[in-house]
Write a protein that binds this ligand. Structure first.
Ligand code: ZN
Length: 231
């Protein structure tokens, strides 16, 4: 019955690639194979002191960090990020999360991660957007790495202004003290991977990690979909 419904749906709705619009075939979701191969990947995952890590170096103690894609005005990443944040393209976010998972799996630096922590949205933002794109990325990563996701312990306690038009200093000030950890015992002794969409100044990850510092014996790594230049 379910397959019959899918077949019927397929007659009237053919899923298309979120970037180029080509029809998707078989089990493909989000992006077609050609667009996946064309992604501006960074290759950072296995590299110590890669540019994503350098952006946060000296600000927070972390085990390892990586960004999967380069983000710039003239590459596909900006288009993809816009789709997953503002156009409701949830399946694309999960697909990109899977690609992030495969990328992380190629590096042994993330082998002993115990759980995934999506950067939380404030509940008002969640009501407005209806989903947290970082949680969807985690869903994709979790499928590949077989890790649990904890999305209730790290919480956003205060609404922050949109970061888009703020300077680096303003972004950092805007993010001070906006995260908190509920039930820290759930994270105690764990190696957590904090997951976010775009690493720009690092103010969001820094604020998350400062809150996580309250947890006993925690080790923190981070992974973002993309690394942007300072805007
Ligand atoms: Zn495509």
């Amino acid at each position: 019955m379910r397959q019959a419904f899918k077949d019927l749906l397929g007659l009237v709705y053919t899923p298309t690639c979120a970037h180029c619009g080509a029809p998707l075939v078989g089990e493909q979701t989000g992006l077609c194979v050609a667009c996946q191969l064309d992604l501006p990947t960074t290759g950072f995952a296995p590299l110590v002191s890669n540019p994503a890590e350098l952006r946060l170096a000296g600000r927070i103690p972390f085990v390892a960090g990586s960004s999967f894609l380069h983000f710039s005005q003239d590459n596909p990443t900006q288009h993809l990020v816009h789709h997953i944040k503002y156009r409701g393209h949830r399946q694309l976010a999960v697909s990109l999360g899977r690609l992030m998972g495969h990328d992380l799996a190629c590096s042994h630096r993330f082998d002993d991660v115990d759980l995934l922590l999506p950067v939380p949205l404030h509940r008002w933002k969640l009501l407005q957007r209806r989903y947290n794109q970082s949680l969807l990325l985690c869903n994709g990563i979790a499928e590949v790495l077989g890790l649990p996701i904890n999305h209730r312990t790290l919480v956003r306690t205060r609404f922050s202004l949109s970061q888009t038009h703020l300077s680096r200093i303003e972004r950092i000030a805007n993010m001070q003290g906006i995260f908190a950890v509920r039930r820290p015992e759930e994270l105690s002794g764990k190696h957590v991977l904090v997951v976010d969409d775009v690493l720009t100044t690092g103010a969001t990850l820094e604020a998350c990690c400062l809150a996580l510092q309250e947890v006993a014996d925690i080790r923190i790594s981070f992974a973002t979909l993309a690394l942007a230049g300072y805007l």
